[in-house]
Design a protein around this ligand. Structure first.
Ligand code: HEC
Length: 165
């Protein structure tokens, strides 16, 4: 093979590789991006995966009508990525973790723990969720968002806390 032909073959091989690489890269970028979006954005998750309105609010922070539950306080990432109680108290409600950007550990919020161990009534639990006031009347850390929920949504949510234990 002539030296010139060999150079052309090499040049073609390099371009083919470069094009292939960028196409694959675009594909993976899209895919990875989509997976991230759907993991973070509760609005992209189908309602059908939840068995009740309470569970949906607990896990995603969005109710069965597709409305995001509004809140004040809480860390910035919650405003950006969305999320529900599970994001901090865990899917099992047992808490025990330090949420990102928070300096306090999350408590166990299963209904039996709140009522039997902390002596909270349903009204006390609602006050903690909506006003950020704890079982001893103390103001909870800013990390616990103050959720603005309809009476139906909060009742459904408390029903779900009972299912957690
Ligand atoms: C960004 C994290 C975060 C999210 C999201 C969150 N919490 Fe909390 N929550 C906390 C932290 C931290 C505390 C403890 C605050 C403290 O010790 O002052 C707390 C405390 C509580 C308490 C008080 C328990 C007690 O013993 O006084 C209840 C009840 C509670 N959360 C319920 C909920 C529910 C229900 C949701 C969903 C609607 C929710 N939380 C979402 C972080 C969070």
């Amino acid at each position: 093979m002539e030296r010139r032909d060999a150079l052309i073959v090499i040049a073609v091989a390099i371009s083919a590789f470069a094009i292939g690489f960028s196409v694959a890269n675009m594909y993976w970028y899209e895919k990875a991006h989509f997976m991230q979006e759907s993991a973070y954005h509760p609005s992209l998750q189908p309602t059908a995966q939840y068995k009740s309105n309470g569970e949906m609010i607990y896990v995603s922070g969005v109710n069965e009508k597709g409305e995001r539950i509004l809140f004040v306080g809480g860390p910035n990432w919650l405003y950006m990525h969305g999320g529900g109680c599970a994001s901090c108290h865990g899917l099992d409600g047992k808490g025990g973790v330090y949420p990102m950007m928070c300096g306090v550990k999350t408590p166990d919020i299963r209904y039996s723990t709140l009522t039997k161990e902390h002596g909270m009534s349903d009204e006390d639990i609602k006050r903690a969720i909506t006003k950020g006031i704890g079982d001893e009347g103390e103001e909870l850390d800013y990390c616990m968002p103050r959720w603005q929920m309809s009476e139906k949504d909060i009742n459904d949510l408390i029903e779900y806390l009972k299912q957690l234990g």
